[in-house]
Ligand binder design. Structure first.
Ligand code: NCD
Length: 398
């Protein structure tokens, strides 16, 4: 039983709709494997819960109360593919709710080096821990582990939730979650200066009468390695829930780098207006949100080295000059790590929200954990009990 993905091949090849119920327990998310598991309603609920957790964390009493919620739970981080933000923010999210964590980041230091199968390793984790969070190069490994856990549970053995922290070039559901949360906050158009006399939204609305709060009716531009970037795939699925959105995908004109057929088909079936481009300048002025991504060079095969000319790469990069052409309220996101596509000179521009985006990841992932372990009601109760103390914090400055 060397490769777990063979074991579950027939389940992996089913349509998504058949899989989703298997990732749920008692009408809650249990495993988090695919972005399709989130609904518009659950995205709003998780966003609201994340706002409460971040506000509570500003006081010692609030932070201490949150840490009691899951102090009886533990998580195993099996991250054999490189990660900084996903690893740290998920681990910090666990700690904010009191969970203890352990990790394997280098399989050469685990028994896999002695020939132990992933199957045996994962099964072992489920007897020691209450949650497995994983990132690996293998596209379907997290999904297979979720099936393994379900089979164990069905036979009366320990089986725990699995969170996919990024699977191959395939999906990254919790990144999409934090991207949506960042957009929810950005398109609420709040400012620390908001008062009963002046709000940011009202002053923007005077200049841009068509502007509406929220994610509906916006134009989302993605630029970079569209074909191989798992964050783009996952986010595009979730953005499609919104009404009247347009999506523009900018990538060098190469089959591997352009929007893949399955995502395109999905978006068209959802009546999303999709267009493809190879020059960011063509669409920069239309963007309400610009999602930049790096080139996924680690997925290059030997024959791919010639696929990118310097000119085609330059055409998908953001520059300070292009930023000046953007709408004044537009936002720039990037899942990070960044390379040349997003120069540091842009970082202090008010449209640049990518550092804030990374911070949002910790809060929304804490909200996700609170959901999985069914302590959302307790978060609300603690929040209401502390409401007086947190009342003075303006949401937009947190
Ligand atoms: C991304 C990832 O690993 O997919 N980063 C992240 O999780 N924040 C993006 C990337 O690697 O380009």
């Amino acid at each position: 039983m060397s490769d777990i993905t063979h074991e579950f091949e027939s389940r992996l090849s089913r349509p998504v709709g058949l899989k989703l119920p298997e990732f749920q327990r008692n009408e809650r998310l249990f495993h988090v494997i695919l972005p399709h598991q989130f609904t518009q309603q659950s995205l709003n609920r998780l966003g609201a819960s994340a706002d409460k957790i971040r506000k509570l964390s500003t006081s010692k009493e609030g932070a201490d109360a949150l840490r009691c919620l899951l102090s009886h739970k533990s998580a195993m981080f099996y991250f054999t593919q490189a990660s900084t933000r996903t690893f740290l923010s998920l681990r910090s999210a666990c700690k904010r709710l009191g969970m203890s964590t352990e990790e394997i980041r280098d399989p050469s230091l685990s028994s896999e080096v002695k020939g132990e199968s992933e199957y045996d390793s994962i099964r072992m984790f489920s007897s020691y821990f209450d949650l497995i969070v994983m990132r690996t190069k293998k596209a379907n490994l997290a999904e297979c582990c979720a099936y393994l856990m379900n089979d164990l549970l069905a036979s009366g053995q320990p089986g725990v939730p699995v969170i996919n922290g990024g699977s191959g070039a395939d999906q990254h559901p919790t990144q999409a979650l934090l991207d949506i949360y960042t957009l929810q906050r950005a398109f609420a158009f709040r400012s620390p200066r908001d008062s009963s006399q002046w709000t940011l939204f009202d002053s923007l609305h005077k200049k841009h009468p068509d502007l509406r709060k929220g994610l509906d009716g916006k134009t989302y531009v993605f630029s970079g390695d569209i074909g191989r970037g798992r964050t783009v795939r996952s986010l595009a699925y979730l953005l499609a829930y919104n009404k009247n959105v347009k999506m523009r995908f900018v990538a060098p004109n190469h089959e591997k780098l352009r929007l893949s057929r399955d995502v395109k088909e999905y978006l068209r079936n959802q009546d999303i207006e999709v267009s493809e481009h190879s020059d960011l300048e063509e669409v920069i002025e239309s963007a309400d949100a610009l999602y930049m991504t790096r080139f996924q060079n680690e997925h290059n095969k030997a024959e791919d080295s010639a696929m990118l000319s310097e000119a085609s790469l330059k055409a998908i990069r953001l520059t300070p000059q292009l930023v000046e052409k953007m709408k004044e309220y537009a936002v720039i996101l990037h899942p990070f790590p960044r390379n040349k596509e997003l120069p540091g000179e842009i970082d202090l521009n008010p449209r640049a929200r990518y550092f804030e985006q990374a911070v949002n990841g910790m809060w929304i992932r804490a909200a996700l954990l609170a959901h999985i372990f069914d302590v959302e009601t307790q978060v609300n109760e603690i929040y209401n009990a502390f409401a007086k103390q947190v009342h003075d914090y303006n949401e937009s400055v947190l």
